[in-house]
Structures are given as structure tokens and as C-alpha cells.
Unconditional design. Structure first.
Ligand SMILES: [Fe+2]
Ligand SMILES: [Fe+2]
Length: 147
């Protein structure tokens, strides 16, 4: 399918940042889903659903960012950033807290870049996504304290 001409024009830099965001959304979506599958023990069972629910949210992020990038005449990547599952619940959560921290840093940069380029919609979209990532960071940090 050919690209429809977007009203908003953005730089290659911003398109590249959106693809970085997609790559990491795909990665964490797989990371959290495999943690959901591999989690064991009594503590694991208690938190299993949290991994699955978060994985689904991340997949939705990947999809909405990909739709936005496509509109902005970019092609969404299919390649995830490195996936780090871990071997214990504690390790899972350490990787996940780190992943959410990385997301928060990158998405703040994207919001600033999009605002600088007058792309209000992308900035707004990432403000909403950033809110989710801060919730995830809070969730994983709290879970890590209990392990
Ligand atoms: Fe996300
Ligand atoms: Fe997240």
C-alpha cells in the first residue's frame, strides 16, 4: 500500500526515534509475555497476570506508534531491541525496571523532539504512553521490593 501524504512533516531523526520506540515496545512485549510463561513458585503465581497484562499494553503501544510512523511516511521496524527475560522473579523484575526506565528517558526525548517539530499529535500520543510506562515502572519497582 502506498503512503497517504501526511499533513504533518517530520524529520528523519524523529522517524528514527519512533522506530527505536517500536523496537523496544516489541522487545518488552515479548519479554513480559515470556516472563508470564516462565514464572514459577508461590510468589510467581501471585504476579503472573501482571506480566501478561503489561505485555498486552506494550503490544498496543507498538501498534499505535507504528500507525503514527506509517502516517508520517516511515516504515515500522520488525526488529526488537535485545530481550532480557532473566532466570528468577528477582532477575525478571530487575530487567523490567531497567526497561521501563529506558522507555521513560526515550519517550521524554521523543515528546521534546516532536514538540520542536510542531508535531503535536506525536507529542500528545507519547505523553499518554509515558503515563503507562511510569505506571509500569511503579508496578515493577513495588513488586521488586516484595521479592
Ligand atoms: Fe510501552
Ligand atoms: Fe512499559
Amino acid at each position: 500500500m502506498a503512503h497517504l501524504k501526511p499533513v504533518t512533516k517530520v524529520s528523519d531523526k524523529l522517524r528514527g526515534m519512533l522506530n527505536d520506540a517500536i523496537a523496544r515496545e516489541i522487545a518488552v512485549s515479548i519479554q513480559y509475555m515470556w516472563q508470564h510463561v516462565q514464572v514459577i513458585g508461590v510468589k510467581g503465581v501471585a504476579v503472573q497476570g501482571q506480566f501478561k497484562q503489561t505485555a498486552i499494553v506494550e503490544m498496543k503501544h507498538a501498534e499505535s506508534i507504528a500507525e503514527r510512523l506509517w502516517y508520517l511516511e516511515g516504515t515500522p521496524t520488525t526488529k526488537p531491541t535485545p530481550i532480557t527475560v532473566g532466570d528468577s522473579l528477582k532477575e525478571f523484575l530487575e530487567h523490567d525496571v531497567k526497561a521501563e526506565e529506558d522507555a521513560i528517558l526515550l519517550y521524554k526525548q521523543i515528546i521534546k523532539q516532536a514538540q520542536d517539530e510542531g508535531d503535536i499529535t506525536t507529542a500528545f500520543m507519547f505523553k499518554e504512553i509515558l503515563e503507562d510506562e511510569e505506571e509500569h515502572h511503579d508496578l515493577f519497582t513495588t513488586m521488586l521490593e516484595e521479592v
